[in-house]
Design a protein around this ligand. Structure first.
Ligand SMILES: [Zn+2]
Length: 318
């Protein structure tokens, strides 16, 4: 019971592109932070070696003796079994199929390891030290290359019966909408992830624009630039994205009645043109009782949400 005041843990946010790893104390202070491009191109075994070497490097950087590291928390792209720490088959990582990552890392690092879905880890981080600090119920929506979600109630992640809870990105927002990679049609993700927005913008410019020879836009920075230049076609797609997100969030508000919904990820850089119509739509659709107590805010921790959530997850298990 008393030992907790000295706890330091390793915390990792491992993505298909970037890996961030830190040594974190029980107050949520980051003592050392490592950022690397994820080494995943040579398959699973090499990637596990990469994770172990990052862990050792991060501990070294923290200047703490290895014995002072009491555990390791990890945010990893799903799907995975949080009970056993087994990774099923993440779409962005080759060769990962039913891999007992927790057991492998516990053997290598000789500390307890807890693995959580990356969106859930971000939600827990924002609840612990970010925009949702002090709240009893939080829903966090990650808006990046995909759309994910995590629900924290009374300081605990809600996983559901089979670890699917929170997957707001694959709820239906358009009845006869765009085909999604998950097999459904009209999923929120297809409209609100960065690639989905980019495709809808480029399609609209092709359909309605009068710019012969215009090159397709390549990223959301270019999209923002077009909006700043006053392009109405692009602006309308951003506003429409806000409305579609607002529909999904109104459903969350009525279903779960959370205190706060945190928006996280690169798509939020589209700013007020996205968030303004989003909030209006939530207010238009959800119960007044649900919206008058609801805050919709941007992430406060940014890239550190996942790390701090992973840290909190293992700290709460020690
Ligand atoms: Zn889907």
């Amino acid at each position: 019971m008393t030992k907790i005041s000295n706890n330091h843990v390793l915390a990792a946010d491992i993505g298909g592109t970037n890996t961030r790893m830190a040594v974190v104390n029980e107050n949520g202070d980051i003592l050392a932070l490592l950022k690397k491009t994820t080494y995943c191109k040579d398959g699973r075994d090499k990637m596990i070696k990469f994770i172990v070497s990052c862990a050792e490097e991060t501990i070294k950087e923290s200047r703490l003796p290895k014995e002072e590291i009491c555990g390791m928390g990890i945010g990893f792209p799903g799907p995975l079994n949080v009970e056993t720490g087994t990774i099923f088959n993440p779409p962005n990582l080759n060769g990962w199929d039913n891999i007992p990552l927790r057991d492998i890392l516990e053997k290598e690092l000789r500390v307890p390891v807890a693995i959580e879905n990356d969106a859930n880890a971000a939600a827990l981080g924002e609840w612990w030290k970010g925009a949702g600090s002090g709240t009893s119920s939080l829903f966090c929506i990650t808006l990046g290359t995909g759309v994910g979600g995590g629900l924290v109630m009374d300081g605990k992640i809600w996983h559901g019966a089979s670890s699917i809870a929170g997957e707001i990105g694959h709820t239906t927002v358009i009845r006869d909408g765009i085909q999604c990679t998950c097999g459904n049609i009209g999923c929120l993700e297809r409209y609100a992830c960065s690639g989905g927005i980019l495709k809808r913008v480029n399609d609209a410019l092709l359909r309605e624009g009068d710019h012969a020879g215009l090159q397709p836009l390549k990223d959301l920075k270019q999209v923002s630039h077009m909006v700043m230049q006053g392009n109405e076609i692009v602006l309308n797609i951003i506003k429409e994205t806000g409305v579609i997100l607002g529909i999904a969030i109104a459903n969350i508000a009525n279903l779960l009645n959370p205190e706060i919904i945190v928006l996280f990820g690169g798509v939020t850089n589209l700013g007020e043109n996205l968030v303004g119509p989003l909030k209006e739509e939530v207010n238009r659709r959800a119960f007044k009782k649900a919206t008058e107590s609801l805050r919709i805010e941007l992430s406060q921790l940014g890239d550190n949400s996942g790390i701090l959530g992973a840290a909190k997850n293992i700290l709460s298990k020690l």
